[in-house]
Design a protein around this ligand. Structure first.
Ligand SMILES: NC(=O)c1ccc[n+]([C@@H]2O[C@H](COP(=O)([O-])OP(=O)(O)OC[C@H]3O[C@@H](n4cnc5c(N)ncnc54)[C@H](OP(=O)(O)O)[C@@H]3O)[C@@H](O)[C@H]2O)c1
Length: 329
């Protein structure tokens, strides 16, 4: 396993990050712990969770905490081998202080996350979503407190665009506050709206850890045009967590699959390997339900995508707009 720098954090992380959004349901606690141990035995040292994760049981405003508790149990006796990322912002209850990026919420949630994770520090504390009601300086000042108190080692941002990251960077510079070292965005062959924000991240030393690089399993070859989804797949078990299976989607999937066949790798590995070719990408976060899926993700880190394929993929799965570059074409 070749470890990579996570932005400017100084942390070396595996090129695949273990996602835990399915921990609790459909991945029961004992299986999730086994999966986490198997991932670590394969060399994965980077684990992504969030205060709200509780698998398929999640609804907006439910208390969360399930995945963090499982990760905490899985890491007993192995804490120093893992880089743990968790997040704050999404609602964890019905009350007005049960969500968002106020100092009150952040400082309360960081302690709850630490308790559930059974640790006294979080390697990477991530602002899960922007909160338009809270000035970014309020949020950053609270984050700075978490870092100064030793509860948090470095902080990251998720679901923010480049201008929002830029604002955080600018405020950090002006006030001597910590800078974000990572950005977690939805990004896959099928979903490239943040494509040009990657350039901002590359330029400013922000490691990008994209989520849903397999687009919830669509990019694994398990779904076939005109056929019902396999009964143990996300599309069958949790259809509101995955895109609709329609003809325009299958046009793209089939085009990408034919390229994956050319180099003799499974579509899942091809999709993850493609993600790793993109600027500033450190480690795609992969959700897994079974051991073979984590083994597959680890194998993807060694797959090389031919340069001609990258150009073809830009045609079949294009970013939302193409930047005209008169200098480099
Ligand atoms: N920051 C955010 O807002 C945010 C949002 C979403 C997710 N995340 C993070 O990103 C992680 C990944 O998200 P995700 O699980 O939705 O997306 P994903 O990684 O694209 O999809 C994971 C799903 O794909 C299927 N799969 C994985 N590997 C496979 C393989 N080799 N062959 C066949 N199927 C395979 C499995 O589903 P089935 O077997 O059930 O089909 C698995 O649960 C989460 O766990 C979480 O840590 C962050």
């Amino acid at each position: 396993m070749q470890y990579r720098n996570l932005g400017t954090s100084g942390l070396l992380v595996s090129p695949i990050c273990l996602g835990t959004m399915t921990f609790g349901a459909p991945v029961a606690e004992a299986d999730a712990i086994r999966l986490t141990h198997a991932a670590m035995d394969l060399g994965i040292n980077f684990i992504d969770t969030a205060n709200v994760y509780e698998g398929y049981a999640r609804f907006i405003g439910s208390a969360g905490g399930v995945a963090e508790e499982i990760v905490g149990k899985a890491l007993l006796g192995r804490r120093d081998k893992a880089i743990v990322a968790t997040k704050v912002c999404a609602p964890v209850g019905p009350g007005p202080q049960d969500r968002g990026l106020s100092a009150t919420h952040i400082l309360r949630e960081v302690d709850r996350s630490l308790r559930r994770l059974q640790t006294d520090y979080i390697d990477l504390y991530i602002i899960h979503w922007p909160d338009r009601e809270v000035p970014p300086e309020t949020t950053l000042a609270a984050i700075e407190q978490t870092v100064r108190s030793g509860k948090v080692r470095s902080f990251g941002i998720s679901n923010h665009s480049a201008w929002q990251m830029c604002e955080f960077h600018w405020l950090a510079d002006r006030n001597g506050w910590p800078k974000a070292v990572s950005s977690q965005i939805p990004f896959s062959l099928l979903r490239r709206e943040f494509q040009y924000d990657l350039d901002f991240c590359r330029k400013h030393g922000i490691g990008v850890t994209p989520y849903q690089a397999l687009q919830g399993g669509l990019l694994t070859g398990k779904y076939r045009r005109g056929q019902p989804p396999p009964s143990d797949s996300r599309a069958a078990e949790k259809p509101d967590w995955i895109w609709k299976l329609d003809d325009p989607l299958f046009d793209k999937l089939e085009a990408a699959e034919s390229l994956a066949r050319e180099i003799g790798v499974p579509m899942s590995q091809y999709a993850l390997a493609w993600t790793l070719t993109q600027p500033a990408i450190t480690s795609p976060i992969v959700g897994v339900k079974r051991l073979d899926q984590i083994q597959d993700a680890v194998a993807a880190a060694a797959v090389q995508i031919p340069v001609e394929h990258l150009k073809q993929l830009d045609m079949t799965c294009p970013p939302p707009w193409r930047q005209h570059d008169p200098i480099r074409g």
